[in-house]
Design a protein around this ligand. Structure first.
Ligand code: FES
Length: 169
């Protein structure tokens, strides 16, 4: 354990062998040195292990009047959630009209939770069989949000996602 050493100086009056107190007598101070050792770690916070973090940017779904797409930013612990859950937790709309009504709830059996990975695809899980089935004829950058795990608990970085890429012109 780390310690902190310092010298404490105290002063005391020499003993009066007469037993009387003479308040007029000048006091001679005799410094005494004592070495103190205090443990440093008693109130020191223990180092906290930081979990790897993934930063996400969600673009869209539609451009505004100025032609710019709105961007929502979210951070998540690496490897803990799929994209669909992250979007739901942050109230980011994932589905187009049909998907809003008819999605399978994240089971990988409707193919309506499509997003496009603009950047950071290496930080995401591999395509699942459901994605291979529903996205067979779609661009390679498209993913099903309910199948895509963000991070692997060890990596960190930035992922950029286009919402509703099928609406992009
Ligand atoms: S929510 Fe149905 S496949 Fe993703």
């Amino acid at each position: 354990m780390a310690t902190l050493n310092f010298t404490l100086m105290t002063f005391r009056q020499p003993p009066d062998f007469t037993g009387k107190k003479n308040w007029q007598k000048p006091i001679t101070l005799h410094p005494q040195k004592r070495q103190l050792t205090l443990p440093l770690a008693t109130n020191s916070p223990q180092p906290v292990e930081q979990k790897p973090i993934i930063e996400l940017e969600f673009i869209g779904p539609k451009a505004g009047g100025d032609g710019k797409y709105p961007v929502d930013r979210v951070t998540e612990s690496s490897g803990e959630k799929v994209l669909r859950s992250i979007m739901e937790d942050n109230k980011l709309e994932l589905y187009a009209a049909y998907g809003k009504l008819m999605n399978c709830g994240g089971g990988g059996s409707c193919g309506t939770c499509i997003v496009e990975v603009i950047d950071g695809k290496d930080l995401l899980s591999e395509r699942t069989n459901a994605e291979l089935k529903y996205l067979k004829k779609k661009p390679e950058s498209w993913r099903l949000a309910c199948q895509t795990i963000v991070g692997n608990k060890e990596n960190s970085g930035k992922v950029v996602i286009q919402r509703l890429p099928q609406w992009k012109k």
